[in-house]
Design a protein around this ligand. Structure first.
Ligand SMILES: Nc1ncnc2c1ncn2[C@@H]1O[C@H](COP(=O)(O)OP(=O)(O)O[C@H]2O[C@H](CO)[C@@H](O)[C@H](O)[C@H]2O)[C@@H](O)[C@H]1O
Length: 468
């Protein structure tokens, strides 16, 4: 069975968040004697494309409304990724030094059209077209409705929603950018009076998945306006919990961390990594280290950090370290806090993949007070590295973290997202930290939890088989 994943991000090529991690791992775990899983993504002007070589496998022109753009399909020459990866190169339009920006509508439309136009030329069509998030959301519509893609009518396609907050809206004034279709069906593109690629995909895809069972249920009540649509399409929808790439996220072999470790050597391994963090960020190794890694956006609850940290840091026995970027006001507040709590708090405002690995390895606790969390990968990375997650019980966090007060519990969970929920959870963390035998037991327990992709990749394959 030949699967093609279509996505705006894929680790290690281009990563903004968790979408890249999933698309960079799932195909690896799907590939076996029965399944061949490939990825196609946009060709951006970024470090990975500058440092690697590509061969051109197809060249043509695509039409975007009145305009014509030349494009090429490129293939990565080396086999470093464990799956085949192709790129849509549209110079001047898609080839930019960013993944997302103000001009996404045209860029991602060109990407989607070029990908499908190229597939039209394949001798054998793919068995499954697997689309990820709204950047590829017009594909299920185009496969079903556009005249030129008629040959794909029997090709099953799947939409995976990694985050329903972002939907790719654009005005009906731009409908002419989409290849010709029967205009009687224009309503399939619409949600709330505007073109909504994510809604169009939910309507047209053969199956809709999201990245945890709880988020699938939650979306029916809260999905940035798509609730009723998700409810009405629930028969074809399923939540499949993400996995993590066991090879990339492995403290025993991770080349980004200072000292490798396993379940037996966790104490000394974590200590060496914590020392590196404390030396770099002027923190005290003897105090419990609470960390946050992620996008500084409302969904992650990060707007509450400045106030919550100010309160939590009144207790001189804790340290906090944050790695993230996003909302400019939050960034400035988090920067400003440094001077008030020098030696107890620090923040790196920006994106740093290597540093994120050292934090997962060196921190004692990882904070995730998310308002919305479709799955969340950070808590699973934390578990693998023996770091205790402190999470708001929602979405995938609810499906993966059990509070210490429950049988076999190992994390700290809170119900709401307020400053006091965060500070109370940190206090609970401090109490737990002082109970050394329990901490030791939990670290050994959480490192054993298997969140590798093995089980979830099989669930996707079963889903493919059900529609193929
Ligand atoms: N400043 C920074 N420096 C270095 N690394 C950083 C970073 N900021 C974030 N990261 C990394 O980006 C990834 C974030 O993944 P998440 O799944 O937690 O969130 P995201 O909201 O992006 O993903 C969406 O898609 C994924 C995948 O389906 C869902 O798990 C999730 O709930 C959903 O919101 C992690 O690998 C993290 O380490």
């Amino acid at each position: 069975m030949n699967i093609i994943h279509i996505s705006a991000e894929c680790y290690p090529v281009a990563k903004v968040g968790g979408l890249a991690d999933v698309v960079g791992a799932l195909p690896k775990y799907q590939n076996n004697s029965e399944i061949s899983s490939q990825v196609i993504m946009p060709f951006y002007d970024i470090k990975f494309t500058q440092q690697n070589t590509f061969s051109s496998v197809f060249e043509s022109e695509l039409y975007l409304g009145e305009k014509t753009y030349k494009y090429r399909i490129l293939k990565l020459k080396n086999k470093s990724l464990d799956f085949e990866i192709f790129f849509v190169d549209v110079p001047n339009l898609v080839f930019k030094d960013y993944v997302y920006s103000f001009d996404d509508t045209k860029r991602f439309l060109a990407f989607q059209i070029a990908a499908l136009d190229w597939m039209l030329t394949w001798k054998k069509l793919p068995d499954i077209i697997h689309c990820h998030d709204h950047h590829t959301g017009l594909i299920p519509f185009m496969l079903q409705e556009c005249f030129k893609y008629e040959v794909f009518r029997k090709t099953p396609n799947i939409l995976t929603i990694h985050n329903a907050q972002y939907q790719g809206w654009f005005s009906h004034d731009n409908v002419n950018l989409i290849p010709a279709f029967d205009f009687n069906n224009v309503g399939l593109l619409d949600w709330g009076g505007t073109i909504n690629p994510l809604a169009a995909a939910i309507k047209c895809a053969w199956k809709v998945t999201t990245v945890s069972p709880s988020y699938m249920e939650e979306m029916k009540e809260s999905a940035n306006g798509l609730e009723s649509l998700l409810l009405s399409e629930s028969d074809k929808s399923i939540g499949i919990l993400n996995g993590i790439d066991w090879k990339v996220w492995n403290p025993e072999t991770d080349l980004s961390i200072v000292k490798n470790y396993n379940q037996k050597t966790v104490a000394s391994g974590k200590k060496a990594n914590k020392k590196e963090l404390c030396d770099t960020f002027n923190l005290d190794i003897d105090k419990p280290l609470f960390a946050f890694i992620g996008r500084l956006v409302g969904e992650k609850g990060s707007d509450l950090f400045p106030e919550a940290f100010k309160i939590a840091l009144q207790n001189p026995n804790i340290s906090i370290l944050l790695l993230g970027s996003g909302n400019k006001e939050t960034e400035a507040q988090l920067e400003a806090l440094k001077k008030d709590f020098d030696g107890q708090y620090n923040a790196f405002i920006g994106y740093d993949e290597k540093l994120s690995h050292i934090i997962y390895a060196g921190a004692d606790f990882l904070l995730m007070p998310s308002r919305v969390e479709p799955c969340g990968l950070n808590q699973m990375y934390a578990l693998r590295y023996g770091t205790i997650p402190i999470v708001r019980s929602i979405g995938g966090l609810k499906d993966t973290v059990v509070d210490v007060s429950e049988e076999n519990g190992f994390g700290i969970c809170h119900e709401d997202v307020t400053v006091s929920d965060i500070t109370t959870a940190i206090e609970r963390g401090l109490e737990l930290y002082e109970n050394k035998p329990q901490i030791k037991k939990i670290k050994a327990q959480i490192m054993k939890i298997d969140h590798s992709w093995n089980a979830s990749a099989k669930q996707y394959i079963n889903l493919y088989k059900s529609i193929n």
